[in-house]
Design a protein around this ligand. Structure first.
Ligand SMILES: [Fe+2]
Ligand SMILES: [Fe+2]
Length: 336
């Protein structure tokens, strides 16, 4: 069996247990302080549990909008496994990570990575407006959805988005994820991130992130139109919540494998031996935190989406899986 097939099979198995991945499985070498911070974030109590007094079961009497039966736990888990764990996005991630680790045998690894850095800088930031658009879709069901369910759902949705900007409950203001990305880039390349950004901005830029721009356009089109499923604001929000869950669910293997691949690349290319002080915090925070985000996204769907909108959630997951796979297959082709 060739290398890509082996990796794909191994990784498919990992994703089958994506709900129980533990940071301890991801190998040694992580910085102790960062690990402690990650653990503290992941173990905060009550982050993915229903907020007391705000579950649909305690909605105000007479609130008829809240009486719609919500999507079942089993139906939602089935969708996650069928559409996402077994989808094209995971396969594309495996292909990309194989190609990334293949750079260990190349003298021009630094130059080969430049278009990938440009794509990642754009793509990883582009999820923030997508998260915001998903929130807006739920907020805009005011008057059409249950007051209590809507409120509890939004309280879940905002937490990963706030984390992007360094805000975590009970913690002092931290670095934004853009700052962490920049620190990571500089620790690997010994150059400021501006050296990539300056060559990637504008329509005709040398390192224009075409794949990231396409994915961003597709994500915003789909979320802002509710997948084109009609005018019902609640169905559009159900689609947006399914989309948000798909993004967070795939982000778990995405970031976990990226950390693994960069560690292997570091060993293969002897970065530490060259005296590079690698700053993995961006990767470590995400490798640990995305599982929690997926749980929060799952919870947000369960709190809000009526069972009659299961097809909208499925469509959202399929739409994101398809476009995410195109993005990562492109990144793989750049390195292969
Ligand atoms: Fe992030
Ligand atoms: Fe996330």
């Amino acid at each position: 069996m060739n290398r890509v097939a082996t990796r794909t099979r191994t990784r498919a198995a990992k994703v089958a247990t994506v709900g129980s991945l533990r940071f301890e499985q991801r190998g040694p070498g992580a910085r102790r302080a960062s690990q402690a911070k990650c653990r503290a974030i992941a173990k905060r109590p009550g982050k993915v549990e229903p907020v007391e007094g705000t579950s649909p079961a305690t909605r105000a009497p007479g609130d008829e909008l809240g009486h719609q039966e919500k999507i079942s736990e089993q139906a939602l888990r089935n969708l996650e496994v069928e559409v996402l764990s077994e989808g094209e996005g995971v396969k594309a991630l495996g292909r990309f990570n194989d190609a990334l680790e293949g750079l260990a045998g190349r003298k021009d690894w630094d130059r080969a990575l430049e278009p990938v850095w440009a794509e990642m800088a754009y793509n990883l930031e582009s999820f923030n407006p997508v998260f915001t658009a998903c929130m807006l879709k739920v907020q805009c069901t005011i008057g059409s959805s249950d007051y209590v369910s809507r409120d509890a759902c939004l309280q879940n949705l905002i937490q990963p988005l706030a984390g992007e900007y360094g805000l975590h409950e009970r913690d002092p203001l931290g670095k934004t994820h853009r700052q962490l990305f920049s620190d990571w880039y500089t620790s690997v390349t010994r150059k400021p991130l501006s050296s990539i950004l300056e060559r990637s901005e504008g329509p005709d830029a040398e390192l224009a992130p075409h794949a990231g721009r396409l994915l961003f356009a597709q994500m915003m089109r789909d979320v802002s139109t509710g997948g084109g499923r009609g005018d019902d604001p609640v169905e559009q929000a159900s689609y947006a919540l399914g989309y948000n869950l798909a993004v967070e669910y795939l982000a778990d293997p995405e970031k976990t494998w990226l950390l693994e691949s960069f560690r292997r690349l570091s060993e293969g290319l002897g970065w530490e031996l060259e005296g590079r002080r690698l700053d993995w915090e961006f990767l470590e925070v995400h490798a640990l935190g995305e599982k929690e985000h997926a749980d929060i996204g799952h919870r947000a769907v369960a709190l809000f989406v009526p069972s009659s909108h299961e097809a909208a959630v499925r469509q959202a997951m399929e739409d994101h899986d398809r476009d995410f796979a195109v993005y990562y297959n492109h990144l793989a082709s750049v390195l292969e």
